[in-house]
Design a protein around this ligand. Structure first.
Ligand SMILES: Nc1ncnc2c1ncn2[C@@H]1O[C@H](COP(=O)(O)OP(=O)(O)OP(=O)(O)O)[C@@H](O)[C@H]1O
Length: 248
């Protein structure tokens, strides 16, 4: 699957924050999207998934060689197509237990407003097994109850996005608020899914070690535009990236 954007811009009250002439994601397994604070990374992912209305431009999502414009879709319809984004901000999970939250995500991939869901989702043996496996691999302090800390809510958000079985997963700062060990386990799970050909991934992250060690391709965004793209070694050595981001 491939996600492409053309002439994509976003302005807030006449102030431009995004200006992408062309961008393409999905050819490299795990891709990184890096850049300074305020560069427009979250805005770009928001525009790609229709959570943010772009000022101009087009976004297409191609599956099996057939490209579909996303511009007339609501964000939940984009998720239904298999393009799913984690949340930078931690959502309120107080209305659903961890198990129900995972179960609901898996059975209702199109549903975006999880807080509006109150009923208990239907049981399914294979799904229950999958949830058991995830909860063994990622232990919560109260696995039969609710996600408690900010880190647990963040982890649950990521696991819900993965259990949906997206074609492409967009991760906005997955390490923020997560202990190092959990981050490593999450990245191992993501690597497994990517290597199995189940999904591709785009990661926004300021932890550059995570980017260099996981991403096969990196997009560098600065002041709303993609200034450089390439393999991690090329990006590390690039003069513009070094000057604008790494303070060299
Ligand atoms: N709703 C909004 N109204 C006005 N300006 C906004 C809004 N959302 C974002 N911006 C501005 O758009 C610019 C890009 O923000 P964005 O969050 O996309 O950057 P980012 O690269 O993800 O930054 P960070 O790495 O700090 O998360 C920033 O200058 C930000 O202040």
């Amino acid at each position: 699957m491939k996600l492409t954007a053309r002439n994509l811009t976003k302005s807030y009250v006449g102030h431009p924050v995004l200006d992408i002439s062309a961008a393409s994601f999905g050819d490299h397994g795990i891709e990184g999207l890096i850049g300074p604070n305020g560069a427009g990374k979250s805005t770009l992912l928001g525009c790609l998934t229709r959570r943010i209305e772009a000022t101009t431009g087009t976004v297409h999502f191609a599956k099996n060689g057939e490209a579909q414009s996303l511009m007339d879709l609501e964000s939940f319809e984009v998720a239904r197509l298999g393009l799913v984004k984690t949340n930078q901000r931690i959502q309120d999970f107080e209305s659903l237990t961890i198990r129900d939250s995972l179960s609901m995500a898996a059975t209702s991939p199109a549903r975006q407003d999880w807080r509006s869901v109150w009923r208990t989702p239907p049981a399914d043996d294979a799904l229950e097994d999958e949830i058991d496996t995830l909860l063994t691999r990622f232990p919560f302090s109260d696995p039969g109850g609710y996600a408690k800390s900010g880190g647990e809510k963040k982890l649950l958000d990521i696991l819900r996005c993965i259990i949906v079985k997206p074609q492409m997963l967009l991760m906005d700062e997955p390490t923020a608020g997560l202990p190092d060990e959990i981050t490593k386990d999450v990245m191992r799970l993501v690597q497994e899914k990517v290597e199995a050909g189940e999904m591709t991934v785009v990661i926004i992250e300021h932890d550059l070690d995570l980017i260099w060690s996981n991403c096969a391709y990196v997009h560098f965004l600065s002041e709303g535009s993609i200034l450089f793209e390439g393999g991690p070694e090329e990006v590390k050595k690039n003069r513009v990236v070094a000057e604008k981001y790494m303070g060299v």
